[in-house]
Design a protein around this ligand. Structure first.
Ligand code: HEC
Length: 196
């Protein structure tokens, strides 16, 4: 009797804690683990609008060829919120899909690139609340994670300060003057769709 009572009590505490955690971070569900803050690539991100695309070329025998695209997706409400308030809302997800590419002659031009296979994803989740302070993947207003193509559920980056920040510092100097500090990490000049 007593044992059952304790069991029921601990179960209800556990259920309560989990549901509280979920409710608190509802904005981030289901791509953020409410207990650890671990991210996943949102399974529906290709249903979202694209924020913008970056094209990468390399020189092959002195000629530039397209060898990679970076396509950035976000929720539709992120775009409408940014246009109205000039900032990314709490819970905004930026998914940068890395695609391998090939260049070939087509009827539209002598060097036309097209995507071939997915290489991986970089994911950022805007955090205005300072969540998961102990996690080395959360800080400076965002959660930061890299995923390889073989597993969109497993972050392969370990520490955003070592793995991400250095390369995003130049964005700070290129950010629009209205941007709040955390948003200055984003290369937003590449996303004309954010302009009002
Ligand atoms: C080698 C430098 C480099 C590293 C390392 C890097 N980034 Fe970036 N990131 C960039 C650049 C430059 C862009 C925009 C242009 C592009 O993609 O080529 C960008 C764009 C992004 C975008 C699209 C939003 C934006 O800021 O424009 C996301 C999401 C992103 N990075 C996440 C991350 C995360 C998470 C990490 C660490 C795990 C990381 N990046 C590490 C250089 C880097």
């Amino acid at each position: 009797m007593k044992v059952t009572g304790i069991w029921v009590l601990s179960l209800s505490i556990l259920v309560g804690a989990v549901s509280m955690g979920m409710a608190e971070d509802d904005a981030l569900a289901p791509h953020v683990d409410p207990l650890t803050g671990a991210l996943q690539v949102p399974s529906n991100y290709t249903d979202w609008p694209t924020l913008g695309t970056w094209t990468h070329t390399k020189l092959v025998e002195g000629e530039p060829v397209i060898h990679e695209y970076h396509v950035v997706y976000t929720q539709p409400e992120t775009i409408s919120h940014y246009r109205k308030h000039n900032r990314f809302p709490d819970g905004a997800v930026l998914v940068k899909e890395l695609l391998n590419a090939e260049t070939m002659a087509m009827t539209t031009g002598p060097a036309v690139g097209h995507a071939t296979t997915i290489k991986g994803w970089f994911v950022l989740v805007r955090d205005t609340q300072g969540r998961f302070k102990e996690s080395p993947l959360w800080g400076d207003g965002w959660a930061w994670s890299l995923f390889n193509a073989d597993d969109p559920r497993k972050t392969v980056s370990k520490n955003y300060q070592n793995d991400c920040v250095g390369c995003h510092l130049p964005a700070k100097n290129l950010a629009p003057p209205h941007a709040v500090d955390a948003d200055k990490w984003i290369y937003s000049f590449g996303y004309p769709v954010l302009r009002p």
